[in-house]
Design a protein around this ligand. Structure first.
Ligand code: ZN
Length: 305
């Protein structure tokens, strides 16, 4: 996993939403074409890395602790230091779980792509019977060791849960990675009890910041792992056609410590990041926690009909 000289297996796919293969180029990033379906406006990478190549990215032990956030010579993917940001991530999850609990009182919950299991930890504390699925062996291993919830290391395809066994299924920052979102959503529907709730967080390619930032947007710079770029419109359609009723779509911000927020600015401008970090150090506010919403991600809550 080094510089941009991969000569690895790629595959062509049809539109996951409408099965059309009529597209136009939406954007070219790092040698990959991001295309837009002329029929339904779904935006996706085509051709894209085959799933076994993607798996190598997710299974790489540095996925949740990736130095590429500091060194732009490396391929950009994963997280800078997921463990270090635990408190910020938990605070972010509290907001989402509060919304979920408006629709369902604590019952059975599955978190797909549970990473180190922070959402499971929170849900468990709030009385949910929570379990997780995680493709990364390192992350799943950590979750198994530190959380009291069962965690399956693998994909949704490989797991063998009983039909209609969950009240709630959460899938945060995952749907943009999966090879067949429609299939994933139908599998989720199958696992949800009637009236069960799905909650999805994903980057919103239809957002104004996404349009303004263009190729500099960190979500499109993750063109290897992000193979689908939903907007509220295309995500809406995916859910409706799969038998869900949309309850709420909200912008998904997150908590940062001032220090990590400033460090993250480096993705967009090293000068700005450098200047800001001097100021925040002088002001002594590096450990302060702030909620930042750049308005380029959405969380959707929907009910299985
Ligand atoms: Zn389409």
């Amino acid at each position: 996993m080094g510089k941009h000289n991969e000569s690895i297996a790629v595959e062509y796919v049809k539109c996951n939403l409408c099965n059309s293969d009529s597209t136009r180029i939406f954007m070219k990033v790092d040698g990959f074409n991001i295309v837009k379906c002329k029929n339904c406006d779904l935006i996706y990478v085509n051709p894209r890395l085959k799933f076994n190549e993607l798996e190598k990215i997710y299974k790489n032990k540095i996925y949740f602790n990736n130095q590429s956030f500091k060194d732009t010579n490396y391929t950009f993917y994963g997280y800078e230091n997921y463990l270090l940001e635990k408190k910020d991530i938990i605070y972010t999850f509290i907001r989402r779980l509060n919304v979920i609990e408006k629709y369902k009182k604590p019952g059975t919950l599955l978190d797909i792509g549970c990473a180190l299991g922070f959402f499971l930890e929170l849900a468990l504390k709030r009385g949910w019977k929570a379990r997780g699925i995680e493709i990364s062996k390192v992350a799943a291993g950590y979750a198994k060791k530190h959380q009291k919830s069962p965690v399956f290391n693998g994909t949704l395809e490989e797991v063998n849960y009983k039909k209609e066994s969950f009240d709630v299924i959460t899938i945060f920052d995952v749907i943009e990675h999966v090879p067949n979102p429609k299939k994933t959503i139908l599998q989720i529907k199958n696992l949800l009890k009637p009236g069960g709730i799905i909650s999805i967080t994903t980057p919103n390619i239809g957002s104004l910041p996404a349009k303004i930032l263009g190729k500099k947007w960190e979500e499109v710079r993750r063109v290897r792992e992000h193979i689908y770029y939903f907007s509220d419109k295309t995500l809406n359609r995916l859910l409706k056609e799969s038998g869900f009723k949309i309850l709420k779509i909200e912008s998904a911000g997150r908590y940062f410590s001032v220090e990590s927020a400033v460090r993250r600015l480096n993705i967009y401008s090293s000068t700005l990041s450098g200047i800001s970090s001097k100021f925040t150090r002088i002001l002594g506010i590096n450990n302060m926690r702030i909620y930042i919403d750049p308005y380029y991600k959405i969380t959707v809550y929907a009910r299985k009909i």
